[in-house]
Design a protein around this ligand. Structure first.
Ligand code: ZN
Ligand code: ZN
Length: 259
């Protein structure tokens, strides 16, 4: 079975293609469980996400597609929610959905994965940033509001690496993820970015496997032609550390399927 739970729509203002085009691409790629998890509204950085008033439209699109494609593919409704203390939109967390991906894209107010703010890397110290980043991941897990951790080591996107072994820096975050019974996604977007590596890295994934934290998969597609592009690479990486099952969700209940 092929699982792909992280995909966007035009509502986030930085993706292209129709819902049907994403789904047709997923069917062509042999996907069995295909989830949309578009950027949820937030009171910060509103230009890169849907607005509060668009959540209803988004949910109607996905629910309609669920019925339309029911005999060909399982379509799921998720949200990718930014964990950014003091700016999160409470109404997002009350929406019924199949799953919530919790992602950290901001350290304080620095959108570190946005090329517009790349210059900030000149001013920061790598270990200190990694410590702050993983502290946010830890808090996100402890909040208990999310099902899946999005792109666990996103801070490496522009080849910004810590001096200390990342497994040491991520340790408390991984323990919190385990305790919160969350899933970690194998997100292939990194292969399209300067780092040219899947999130999480092979060594981090080894630690994740040691803790027996469940995994799932995500294309993180912002265009239909990015759907299912690196399924083989993602599954091979997962198998290399012993995984055989991936998580899928329905109404925030996890089920494990063999991939
Ligand atoms: Zn995006
Ligand atoms: Zn993201």
């Amino acid at each position: 079975m092929t699982i792909d739970l992280h995909n966007h729509t035009v509502l986030c203002n930085h993706a292209t293609g129709t819902v049907d085009e994403y789904i047709e691409a997923a069917i062509a790629a042999g996907t069995h469980y295909f989830g949309f998890s578009d950027h949820a509204p937030m009171r910060f950085d509103p230009e890169y996400r849907m607005s509060i008033s668009q959540m209803g439209l988004y949910e109607r699109w996905i629910r309609k597609a669920q019925e339309k494609y029911a005999d060909r593919i399982t379509i799921l409704l998720g949200y990718e929610v930014d964990f950014l203390p003091n700016y999160m939109e409470p109404s997002v967390l009350n929406r019924p959905c199949d799953y919530r991906i919790g992602s950290v894209h901001f350290i304080d107010q620095w959108g570190f994965d946005n090329p517009e703010y790349f210059h900030r890397y000149q001013e920061v110290e790598s270990d200190e940033m990694y410590i702050r980043y993983f502290k946010l991941i830890e808090e996100m897990a402890k909040s208990g509001r999310f099902d899946i951790v999005g792109h666990l080591d996103l801070l490496k996107v522009f080849n910004f690496f810590p001096k200390t072994d990342v497994r040491i820096l991520a340790k408390n975050a991984l323990l919190a993820i385990k305790k919160a019974n969350m899933t970690i996604e194998i997100n292939v977007a990194g292969l399209r970015k300067p780092v040219e590596e899947i999130y999480p890295s092979p060594s981090l994934l080894e630690s994740i496997a040691e803790l027996e934290i469940p995994i799932t998969f995500g294309s993180d597609a912002h265009r239909p032609d990015q759907v299912g592009l690196f399924t083989h690479e993602a599954q091979t990486l997962a198998r290399s550390v012993g995984y055989e099952y991936g998580a899928t969700y329905r109404n925030r209940d996890r089920a494990m399927v063999k991939f």
